[in-house]
Each structure stands twice: as structure tokens, then as C-alpha cells.
Unconditional design. Structure first.
Length: 360
């Protein structure tokens, strides 16, 4: 059986896609290399699914990114992705995850510029929440989700104080991987908070322990350069790309368990950001261009096609189908906790606060 994790995608894939100059003509070869690695992983997942009888889903993954049609705006040295077939299964397809993540980064960075123009006193903080590792992904997600929801509700509670009230806006995502020591599911949340006053990490840890009952691990880090917060947003929006670092079994289990769940959300000043569904690039109107068509060749990556844009209709071969049928793991489908619970007020226990701060 082939290795399941030969070339795990690294975070630089999304970073390179999101940074200014990512569409420079000189960067097209490295861009194609990133896309090739991403689609190689999707093809491996397509084979895995086809072996297990998930032929339709496997076919969609294999077709995703089979061709890429770029427009080279040679007068300004820019190359934009004009057309491609996408499956939009970003938890299984790294290419869709990279493209979608880059669109999200741009949308929220644009909103941040508007927010900071209206209130220059706001500063960005990277806030991470963690709960205890566990063997059941569905249960751990439900626990993390309900705990974060309870923390956010304290922003509006009367007669109480929470560090979350300092946030004028926030955007966050849920990320999952295997714990290095435990081997169990390690769920956590990466968030960008916008605050005028710095959140107190130790008070926030005490609140978090009171809510979760199993973890006080909260990390709060200010952005050193408030004019360059790209890396913080990359930390939030890389959640789907990280699925490519899981084994094929774990990635499929994660997709079954988390597909349809809301893995990214926001409140306050970041609420209502519009992220385009189209994963292609915006064209440069009224500029001359040359179209460049690349086709994916299994085992080799993307190769330039001399056939021109009409060849985009050609289809790749079916995913590899083995004689034996793979038995896919069946996740538990635990329901999320009932949201209609009595309003909860988190106490700041002095002993928990001292322990979180390291004084006791």
C-alpha cells in the first residue's frame, strides 16, 4: 500500500498565496509546484475513496484542478487564474483549501483596514484556546464549541465581567490534529481579537478552566507589528489546509465528522464579512493577456498544454481502484449540546487565577 503522508502540505502554501506579489509572473513556476503538491494529495484521497466505494466523491476530487487556465497580463507582469474546475470539498482537497483560505485572508484583511481607519486605537491579538485531548473527535468538537460559545455569551451578561468583553471584534476557526504525546484528537481554536485594552491572559485562563473543567490553556499574543498582521490571519485560516497533514484515514474521518459544521465564525466588527465563493482570481480589465493552459499529469504535476483552452474539457482517468475494498471508519454522530441552556456566569476563582498565573 502506498504511503499516506509522503508530502504533507506546509503552511507556506497558504502564506505564499496570500502575500502581496503572489500573482507575479515570475512566481508562476513555484505557484504551479504548490498546486501540484496539493492536487497530488487530492488524487491520493480520490484513490482512497474509490477503493472504499465512494466513487462519486473520489471522481470529484480527481477532476478538481485537472486543468488550470491562467491569463498572463504581460504588460504589467501579473498572472491570474482565470478558470479551473473546483470540487469545493476543502476539508479533503488541499487545492480548494489553499484557494479558499487565501480568499478569506484577503476579505478579512480588507475589513480590518476599514475597522482600523474608524478606530485606530484597536490592536490585534492572536488568542488560542485548547481543551484536553480525547479519542472521540465529535465529542471533543462539541465540547470545544460549547465552551467557546459560553465564553462569548459573557460579553453581554449583566452584573459580571469577562475578558471577552474587551474584544470589539473577533474571527476564529477550529483546528484539529493528533496530539504528539497522546495520539488522541487535539482540538483547538485560533482567533484574532481586536481590543483597545490588552486581554489579561491569566484571567482568561481562569475563566476558560471554569468553563471547560479540563483545560486552562489559553495563549494571548499581541501582534508585534500592528501594520502587518498577515501571519495572524494565516494562523486562523489555515485550518482546512492542515487536514492535508493528517493520514488519509484521519482526514476522511474528520470530513465525515465535521462536514457541515461551522468551523469558522466571527462576532462584532468582523461580523458579516463577505467571502466570494468563486475560487478563481479577479481579472485585470482592459489589459492585453495571453492564455496559458496547464494540465495535471499524475506523477509529474502540472504541464503546459499546447492544445489551448479548448482542451480544458478533457477528463483525467478514473481514480485507481484496487481489488480489495477498504472499510472506512464510521464516526459517532453525537449531537451538539442544546443551545437553550440557562445563562451562565463564569466566576473568577482566586485559586484558579493564581494557579493559571503560576503563583500557586
Amino acid at each position: 500500500m502506498r504511503p499516506e503522508k509522503e508530502n504533507p502540505l506546509i503552511d507556506e502554501s497558504l502564506a505564499a498565496e496570500s502575500k502581496q506579489g503572489g500573482d507575479d509572473a515570475a512566481g508562476l513556476p513555484s505557484r504551479l509546484t504548490r498546486y501540484s503538491r496539493a492536487h497530488h494529495r487530492a488524487v491520493e484521497m480520490a484513490d482512497y475513496l474509490s477503493e472504499a466505494g465512494e466513487v462519486k466523491l473520489g471522481r470529484n476530487l480527481a477532476l478538481c484542478g485537472h486543468y488550470l487556465l491562467f491569463r498572463d497580463y504581460y504588460t504589467v507582469g501579473k498572472v491570474r487564474l482565470h478558470a479551473a474546475k473546483f470540487c469545493h470539498k476543502h476539508l479533503l482537497c488541499p487545492l480548494c483549501a489553499i484557494r479558499r483560505g487565501a480568499r478569506m485572508v484577503k476579505a478579512y484583511m480588507d475589513r480590518l483596514a476599514v475597522i482600523k481607519a474608524e478606530n485606530p486605537r484597536l490592536k490585534a491579538y492572536l488568542v488560542t484556546f485548547t481543551v484536553k485531548d480525547g479519542p472521540d473527535l465529535s465529542e471533543r468538537f462539541a465540547h470545544l464549541h460549547s465552551s467557546l460559545t459560553r465564553l462569548h455569551k459573557t460579553r453581554h451578561g449583566k452584573g459580571q465581567w469577562s475578558e471577552a468583553r474587551k474584544a470589539a471584534g473577533a474571527v476564529w476557526s477550529y483546528e484539529f490534529k493528533r496530539g504528539q504525546g497522546s495520539g488522541a484528537w487535539h482540538p483547538h481554536v485560533h482567533a484574532v481579537w481586536l481590543c483597545e485594552d490588552a486581554p489579561d491572559m491569566y484571567k482568561l485562563r481562569a475563566e476558560w478552566e471554569a468553563i471547560t473543567g479540563d483545560s486552562f490553556m489559553v495563549d494571548v499574543r499581541p501582534f508585534h507589528d500592528q501594520d502587518d498582521v498577515l501571519n495572524g490571519f494565516l494562523e486562523v485560516f489555515k485550518y482546512a489546509v492542515k487536514f492535508a497533514d493528517l493520514s488519509l484515514d484521519d482526514a476522511w474521518h474528520g470530513y465525515q465528522t465535521l462536514s457541515g459544521r461551522r468551523l469558522i465564525a466571527s462576532f462584532g466588527a468582523f461580523r458579516g464579512v463577505d467571502v466570494p465563493e468563486d475560487l478563481t482570481d479577479e481579472g485585470l480589465d482592459d489589459l492585453p493577456y495571453v492564455e496559458l493552459l496547464y494540465r495535471f499529469v499524475r506523477g509529474a504535476g502540472y504541464s503546459f498544454s499546447e492544445d489551448g483552452p479548448a482542451h480544458e474539457r478533457s477528463m483525467p482517468p478514473d481514480p485507481v481502484r484496487r481489488a480489495s475494498k477498504r472499510v472506512l471508519p464510521s464516526p459517532r454522530r453525537d449531537a451538539l449540546p442544546d443551545p437553550k441552556k440557562p445563562h451562565w456566569r463564569p466566576p473568577i476563582d482566586p485559586e484558579r487565577y493564581a494557579r493559571a498565573k503560576g503563583d500557586g
